[in-house]
Design a protein around this ligand. Structure first.
Ligand SMILES: [Zn+2]
Length: 282
């Protein structure tokens, strides 16, 4: 039985129950140059903890937190939250997307192998001196419907790390078929496509696109479920569900993941949102 690597250590996969595979418990995006909004999911543990407890009380077992360095990853905080809520929490690794690469990561100056080595080190020894090890690569991805040169380097590094460690990769791919370009890079680097999740599929509702990802042996993730920032999200879920049912009727249930991508205070129940229980089993 394979293990799921959580922030509190490995857990046998058969002990993991209902899981949200693409979430955040804190993230901030407004600090980058030329971004003037205040997009944030508060890092205040007293704000998010009751939301996580509500998820657990509704039958939730595990949550994958894909916040990366540069936008707020904090391994010790995740371990504290997992301890207090008794949820299994899996932490990501890598670098998010071009606009959010932290300057200190020196993405454009280091070799792809050097970037990969940093992630392999986290995988084998833990982040910094915390001893807390990531359980997945991502979310990494692209700002636009193409892969920028810097983003290509991060994708190549991720592919090499996946090949070397067996970690799965999960991506940010919005409003376009850019997930196929991401997948091609992972394949070129020898990653196993069945361990790749192309995220945010609901933002590009196209059955042909979905079928192509499945045909290539990768996975699709509908992770904007319950989201209501844009008109497409507010009114488009019916169409997304039709496409999802079509995939299920064609026998692709084992290639589809569902999540909510909580990434803004407005999604918390405290501020009128769904919290983490829109998809909860009970
Ligand atoms: Zn994303």
């Amino acid at each position: 039985m394979p293990d799921v690597r959580t922030v509190r250590g490995p857990v046998p996969a058969d002990e993991i129950g209902f899981t949200l595979p693409h979430e955040h418990t804190a993230i901030a995006l407004w600090h980058v140059p030329d971004r003037w909004d205040y997009w944030e999911l508060s890092a205040d543990e007293t704000v998010v903890e009751p939301e996580l407890l509500a998820f657990r009380d509704e039958g939730g077992s595990c949550l994958v937190d894909l916040t990366l360095p540069g936008v707020g990853r904090d391994p010790a905080r995740l371990a504290r939250l997992a301890e207090r809520t008794e949820l299994h929490i899996v932490m990501g690794c890598g670098w998010y997307r071009g606009a959010y690469y932290p300057p200190e990561a020196l993405i454009e100056r280091r070799s792809v192998d050097d970037l990969a080595d940093e992630l392999v080190r986290e995988w084998s020894e833990g982040v910094g001196t915390t001893g807390i090890r990531p359980g997945i690569i991502g979310e990494i991805g692209t700002d636009k419907p193409w892969v920028s040169p810097a983003e290509e380097r991060v994708h190549r590094a991720a592919g090499r790390v996946a090949r070397q460690t067996g970690l799965a990769i999960t991506t940010h791919a919005v409003l376009s078929d850019v997930g196929l370009a991401q997948l091609r890079i992972f394949e070129e680097e020898g990653a196993d496509p069945s361990r790749v999740v192309i995220g945010h599929a609901d933002s590009f509702p196209s059955l042909d696109h979905y079928l192509e990802i499945v045909r290539r042996g990768a996975n699709l993730e509908f992770d904007f479920l319950g989201m209501s920032f844009t008109p497409m999200e507010r009114f488009g879920e019916g169409r997304v569900l039709e496409l999802l049912l079509e995939l299920l009727s064609r026998g692709h249930a084992d290639r589809v993941l569902l999540s909510q991508d909580v990434c803004h205070n407005g999604q918390l129940t405290r501020y009128g949102g769904n919290g983490y229980t829109y998809l909860a089993p009970s």
